[in-house]
Design a protein around this ligand. Structure first.
Ligand code: ZN
Length: 360
């Protein structure tokens, strides 16, 4: 038994959940030199999961992705956009957005496989192949808009999986929690007038993509099912725990989801070079624990994590392995990267305001 998972031996068997991990070497074919969203992210993740010291792989159910069909992409994106992106492959490598979002000749096919990976992971959880799943896919998805690539994202993987679960798998109500440090603007747009998808995003305010204020609560029949929780620079584990307890959990309980999807970015870690929140690995363990307990209480544990950002390799690999180990039932995990270096700002006033916006 690997030493690092020794905690699991003390976990009562009924609390150990089977966890699926989906990834593919093909996801590394989308790559660009010196770009923060590069194939090394996935190489580092696979190395961490396979490391004999951690011994995590043997506890996971391995899943392989399939490609999403164009019809599945069209659940969220326009035909015009899909055609334009396919045509852009003839000009690749190059940039398709100023963020900058790059494409290489393989990117269109890799993006189909990323969306299909999110779909496959949802299918695995709903068919009972695994209790929970984590889709390690690239390119990420939550910034991708109806008709526009954006912020390193080509197709909106989590939004496509949510809509697929509704159309094909009998899931009426889907909760999407996005804890990437950047606002999931593409996902918000996809479901802004839709009361059947509750979108909750925690993100740092004042950074890319400069969207996601708290007063955007949804529109028309979707009024109330879009919850933006912007945070000031320096906010970390304490702020996230406050938001979870005061807003995310009660909002989820009120919504009563059939399925929970998580846009799991790890760029809110204090070491991340692209942003300024201060989550720690302990914070990610707590967050994963809280979300999985919520899923257990509200929808028979049906929860699927889909990778978004995370640009410091040790924070990214530490965050993902911490999330996987927490899903497996481990507690009291170590945090080799240590606590946040600065004290957190007080978010009490925001909390009151955010609760008011949503009648909580
Ligand atoms: Zn991000």
């Amino acid at each position: 038994m690997p030493k690092a998972l020794v905690n699991l031996l003390d976990t009562p068997p009924d609390l150990i959940m089977s966890v699926a991990l989906l990834t593919s070497p093909i996801y590394r074919q989308h790559d660009f030199p010196d770009h923060p969203e590069n194939a090394q992210r996935l190489r580092a993740l696979e190395a961490a999961i396979d490391s004999p010291a951690l011994g995590l792989r043997e506890f996971l159910v391995s899943l392989a992705p399939r490609s999403a069909t164009v019809d599945e992409i069209l659940l969220i994106h326009s035909e015009r956009y899909v055609d334009a992106l396919r045509r852009a492959m003839t000009q690749a490598p190059g940039f398709v957005d100023t963020a900058p979002t790059y494409v290489v000749p393989a990117s269109f096919d890799v993006a189909l496989l990323a969306a299909g990976g999110a779909i496959r992971s949802v299918e695995a959880v709903l068919s009972g192949e695994a209790g929970a799943a984590f889709a390690l896919v690239r390119p990420p998805g939550h910034h991708a808009r109806f008709e526009e690539p954006m912020g390193f994202c080509l197709f909106n993987n989590v939004a496509i999986a949510a809509r697929y679960a509704q159309r094909n798998l009998g899931m009426e109500r889907v909760l999407i929690v996005d804890f990437d440090v950047h606002h999931g603007n593409g996902t918000q747009e996809a479901f802004y007038t839709d009361p059947s998808v509750l979108f909750i995003s925690t993100h740092q305010e004042g950074i890319y993509p400069l969207t996601g204020p708290a007063d955007e609560i949804g529109n028309g029949p979707g009024a109330g099912t879009n919850i933006n929780l912007p945070l000031p620079a320096g906010a970390g584990d304490q702020a996230m725990a406050l938001l979870t307890n005061a807003i995310v959990r009660p909002a989820a309980e009120r919504f009563r989801p059939d399925l929970v999807l998580v846009s799991a970015g790890f760029d809110a870690h204090w070491l991340d070079p692209l942003a300024g929140l201060q989550l720690t690995l302990r914070g990610y363990a707590q967050l994963t624990h809280d979300l999985s307990v919520m899923a257990r209480q509200l929808c028979a544990g049906r929860i699927v994590f889909v990778l978004e950002g995370g640009y410091h390799l040790a924070a990214l690999t530490g965050g993902v392995t911490t999330a996987l180990r927490t899903l497996l039932g481990e507690t009291n995990l170590p945090d080799p990267l240590g606590p946040a270096p600065r004290p957190e700002p007080d978010i009490g006033a925001r909390l009151i305001l955010y609760r008011q916006y949503h009648g909580l």
